[in-house]
Design a protein around this ligand. Structure first.
Ligand SMILES: [Zn+2]
Ligand SMILES: [Zn+2]
Length: 62
């Protein structure tokens, strides 16, 4: 029998932000601070990541 679970695991990168689940690579200094504060204060205020990151669509190469 195949287990359907195996496929779903690899989607999220290991360095995802705990606050907004965007890759930490996508955060600038301010964004990292912002999200760190969000987590430590348990706020629900979204994040300040750049738009490109939020859409989840990497822009097509030109
Ligand atoms: Zn974040
Ligand atoms: Zn974010």
């Amino acid at each position: 029998m195949n287990s359907p679970i195996a496929e779903a695991v690899e989607t999220r990168s290991s360095n995802a932000c705990p606050a907004c689940s965007h890759p930490l690579d996508a955060h600038d200094t301010l964004g990292t601070r912002y999200c760190t504060a969000t987590v430590s204060s348990r706020l629900d205020r979204g994040c300040i990541c750049p738009r490109e990151v939020r859409t989840g669509k990497p822009d097509a190469k030109r």
